[in-house]
Ligand binder design. Structure first.
Ligand SMILES: [Cu+2]
Length: 162
């Protein structure tokens, strides 16, 4: 993923300020965990290592709607970040661009939506501590119909072995 984050300059200055703070102790990897709320089933919830406190990290997952009514992911928050945004990445004129989805994300009845690298994703903005592979980051998702649920994102190494 070769996204150009506008926060890059900010990250560089954060690098100069970042202290050698111990990260949250690694927890059991939970990538196989399922989270259910109402008719929704959330699986493969992951993030990526983010070396700097104050930096940004992605949130990926698969959301299946096994109900008969559409739902919509409206917003997300995390106690470990300043904010969480819903973004979509796409190619435009050969450039990878990223835009926010202020209208939320439709989870169609009987359908499955993937938040994945290169596409729709959560953006963890202003992580409190560096994200280290093996730990989990709790993210609270707010759905229009199903309500609110906390999903643990399992932090993966940024460059997994092929
Ligand atoms: Cu993004």
């Amino acid at each position: 993923m070769n996204a150009r984050f506008p926060l890059f300059a900010l990250l560089m200055s954060a690098a100069l300020l970042a202290a050698c703070k111990p990260a949250t102790p690694p927890a059991e990897a939970a990538s196989t965990a399922e989270t259910r709320i109402g008719d929704l089933l959330i699986t493969s919830a992951t993030s990526r290592e983010t070396p700097l406190a104050g930096g940004t990290g992605p949130g990926f997952m698969t959301i299946a709607n096994r109900g008969a009514a559409d739902d919509r992911l409206l917003s997300a928050t995390s106690p470990e970040t300043t904010s969480v945004e819903l973004h979509e990445m796409s190619m435009a004129d050969g450039q990878m661009t990223m835009r926010a989805l202020p209208e939320g994300l439709l989870i169609p009845a009987g359908g499955t939506v993937d938040l994945a690298p290169g596409g729709i994703h959560l953006m963890l903005i202003g992580v409190r501590d560096a994200l280290v592979a093996g730990q989990t980051v709790p993210v609270e998702l707010r759905f229009e119909k199903a309500g609110t649920v906390t999903v643990p994102l399992s932090v993966k190494a940024r460059s997994p072995a092929p």
